[in-house]
Write a protein that binds this ligand. Structure first.
Ligand code: IPR
Ligand code: MG
Length: 177
């Protein structure tokens, strides 16, 4: 009879031991994973934008989704791993408008926190139109593209844009935040 009770105690002990070790292990794994994810989410991302010039006008589209919905912006987006600024700019313009551009050059750098919790290092570029008519390639993101006089832009403007205009007109090229 004592033997049976001892066996049961030993069995319970090992059962509980395995249970605790298992959950401790899983819990720590989960914690490490979720902390890792949060850390990468909390780092700034690199964005590019490009003011495209054609016959003295610039190309703008009304944003539909994500940050800045309802605001007018030029083409641009997230830089991909191992891209050059030029590759990224040409890709974004082609993906969003179907157009080709040339003479891509640096305009200004902006530390963008207006759409917090999103945080971007925004590289502002300027380029000349090369070929193609602007098309709505991503209808879920942009309502439509149009060419505008730089002194008569539609409103509201995407938060990155005023610094492009100032940079273009004054030569200032650096905005921290
Ligand atoms: P995608 O990549 O969706 O075109 O991004 P975006 O147009 O929202 O631009 C992100 C970078 C900006 C905010 C500097
Ligand atoms: Mg975009």
């Amino acid at each position: 009879m004592y033997k049976k009770r001892e066996d049961a105690l030993v069995r319970d002990f090992w059962y509980n031991f395995r249970r605790i070790v298992f959950w401790e292990f899983c819990g720590r794994l989960y914690l490490a994973h979720s902390q890792g994810e949060n850390m990468s989410e909390n780092r700034p991302q690199v964005g590019i934008g490009v003011m495209i010039l054609k016959d003295g006008k610039v190309l703008l589209g009304k944003r539909k989704s994500s940050h800045g919905a309802g605001e007018f912006a030029w083409p641009g987006g997230h830089m991909e791993y191992m891209e050059s600024f030029e590759q990224c700019t040409k890709r974004e313009v082609y993906e969003e408008t179907g157009m080709e551009i040339q003479n891509i050059r640096f305009l200004r750098l902006l530390n963008l926190k207006e759409y917090a919790p999103k945080h971007y290092i925004d590289v502002g570029l300027i380029a000349d139109w090369k070929s193609g008519e602007p098309q709505i390639m991503e209808p879920e993101k942009i309502e439509g593209w149009n060419w505008y006089d730089m002194d008569n832009l539609p409103t509201p403007l995407f938060a990155t844009l005023p610094t492009y205009i100032e940079a273009y007109k004054t030569g200032r090229n650096f905005w921290d935040a």
